[in-house]
Design a binder for this molecule. Structure first.
Ligand SMILES: *[C@@H]1O[C@H](CO)[C@@H](O)[C@H](O)[C@H]1NC(C)=O
Ligand SMILES: *[C@@H]1O[C@H](CO)[C@@H](O)[C@H](O)[C@H]1NC(C)=O
Ligand SMILES: *[C@@H]1O[C@H](CO)[C@@H](O)[C@H](O)[C@H]1NC(C)=O
Length: 489
């Protein structure tokens, strides 16, 4: 998972001869009519930078999760029952373990799954597309973007895939229970460059405010007016809280009551919000954030600065949009533009009469042309949510099978599935036209890990336990078998 615009240190490592990896391998012929494809899409490794603007109207219908976080039953392959049993046996053999754990993680688990299925004589009835990118950490301009174009060329742009699975979330412990948390939404993104210009001159005869002084006032204005972090009932973080409240054995009683009442009571909702936003992490999930990350201005101690600018990084609430954020910032600075007598232009629109005399200028622009609306939210309930149910049932079956739990007994409620999202972005932004259901989930086991499963992530000694590795292979095999025989998707 990457955070757009970060991780630039690898710029320059990419040899000019490296070409984008060709479109995902087609692993199975479309033997059964033209049923929707199932795509497994993985982002791997990083190597280049450059963000690209994606314009895409967000979906208007916000998918809701029915109150109380209902759970589906484990989904065990039926038609493929014998094959499934064979794979379950195989994954547990010492020989398979030795072979599998000698391989690196990540991109290897999917091919390992496919090879195992093929070796067992699996003949799919629907197409599975596997697409590997290599520059996900810098937002995928040469990987996912090109793969998306190739797949749109082959399958069309009208949501041809039943669902897409990308890496990101796994399962772990929360409030004394085990939760799998597939990410089903992503925040939006906007970098605003705030630039002030004013006449230069000798600094022994200064005006009351220089470009830098004015910029400072504008930045203070930003920080004095953070975006409101509203907790909306249709937001994914709210639904995650509902799941924790319903299925978390040790979820605080008072908060659970509040969560329950918040379903119908606005007062309870607002109280719940006040408690939850004490966590900076949670606040960042629900609201649009702002961080002043770069500032520059001035050249010499005896010269008035003709120009000063700063960069404000926004991560947009899933309930907001690029247009709304631009309008908010534009309005926020209007008073100060007038007070300092500046000619004001925001995102290409003149805010003050163009020819009126002014002391200087204030200009807002999308700094790198990388603005991104929040991702369409994957449907979680009702029509269109069949892929979410299929994934949920697969997670439950995999978790129970890997621990030898009986689905009629202890295995039934051993793991709950709850929708989630992260504060960063992934390269699935290039796949919005390919499927209505995008999951960022790879069944990584982070139970009991001290660092949220990040053991060494993005640094030396990045590790994944052998059992966790094998469970991921089991997960992919179960998912492919379930998807292959599903009549619901
Ligand atoms: C499962 O394994 C048995 C024993 O190796 C084999 O005879 C059978 O064909 C396998 N079934 C499938 C569906 O692969
Ligand atoms: C704004 O600045 C211009 C240019 O210095 C000046 O002519 C004008 O009178 C100023 N307006 C106000 C309201 O201060
Ligand atoms: C990485 O792991 C090796 C083997 O356990 C250890 O010797 C080394 O100190 C570790 N490096 C870091 C930076 O933790």
């Amino acid at each position: 998972m990457s955070t757009a615009g970060e991780k630039r240190s690898n710029d320059g490592l990419l040899p000019s001869t490296v070409q984008p990896i060709a479109a995902g391998a087609l692993l199975a012929p479309r033997t059964v009519s033209r049923r929707t494809q199932v795509a497994l899409i993985f982002g791997v490794i990083l190597l280049s930078l450059l963000g690209l603007r994606v314009n895409f109207a967000p979906y208007v219908d916000v998918p809701q999760l029915a109150t109380g976080c209902p759970q589906v039953d484990a989904l065990v392959p039926q038609r493929g029952a014998e094959l499934y049993a064979n794979i379950s046996r195989l994954v547990a053999t010492p020989d398979f373990k030795t072979k599998a754990i000698n391989l690196p993680s990540g991109a290897v688990q999917v091919p390992a799954t496919i090879e195992t299925l093929i070796a067992q004589g699996f003949k799919p009835t629907r197409t599975v597309v596997i697409a590997f990118g290599f520059d996900e950490e810098v937002s995928g301009p040469q990987g996912a973007k090109q793969l998306s174009a190739a797949m749109c060329g082959i399958y069309g742009e009208n949501l041809p895939f039943a669902f897409i699975l990308d890496e990101c979330e796994g399962f772990g412990e929360a409030y004394g229970s085990i939760f799998a948390t597939p990410a089903v939404a992503e925040k939006g993104y906007l970098d605003v460059r705030v630039e002030v210009t004013s006449p230069g001159g000798h600094s022994s005869v200064p005006p009351p405010h220089t470009s830098i002084g004015i910029l400072a006032a504008l930045l203070v204005k930003y920080e004095d007016n953070p975006y409101k972090a509203e907790l909306s009932r249709s937001s994914v973080p709210y639904q995650l809280v509902q799941c924790h409240a319903t299925h978390g054995a040790q979820f605080p009683k008072k908060l659970r009551k509040l969560a329950r009442r918040s379903v119908n009571s606005d007062k309870a909702l607002s109280k719940l919000r006040d408690v939850l936003v004490e966590s900076r992490q949670f606040r960042s999930l629900i609201g649009t954030t702002q961080a002043i990350d770069i500032v520059q201005g001035g050249v010499k101690s005896n010269a008035l600065p003709e120009q000063a600018w700063a960069l404000v990084n926004h991560r947009l609430s899933t309930e907001s949009s690029v247009a709304e954020t631009k309008a908010h910032d534009t309005a926020l600075l209007a008073d100060l533009a007038a007070r300092f007598n500046l000619s004001y232009t925001a995102f290409g629109e003149a805010q003050t009469p163009a020819d009126a005399p002014a002391f200087g200028t204030l200009t807002l622009i999308d700094a790198y042309g990388r603005a991104l609306d929040p991702a369409p939210v994957t449907p979680l309930a009702g029509k269109g949510s069949e892929p979410y149910q299929l994934l949920s049932g697969t997670i439950k079956a995999t978790f129970a099978a890997h621990r030898g739990l009986d689905l009629a007994g202890a295995g039934k409620d051993a793991i709950a599935v709850a929708p989630s999202m992260s504060t960063g972005n992934t390269d699935t932004k290039y796949y919005w036209e390919l499927s209505r259901s995008i999951f960022r989930y790879n069944h990584r086991n982070i139970i009991g890990s001290k660092d949220g499963g990040m053991s060494g992530a993005h640094t030396v000694n990045e590790t994944l336990g052998a059992e966790a590795f094998l469970e991921i292979i089991r997960f992919f095999a179960t998912l492919i078998l379930n998807a292959d025989e599903s009549t619901a998707i």
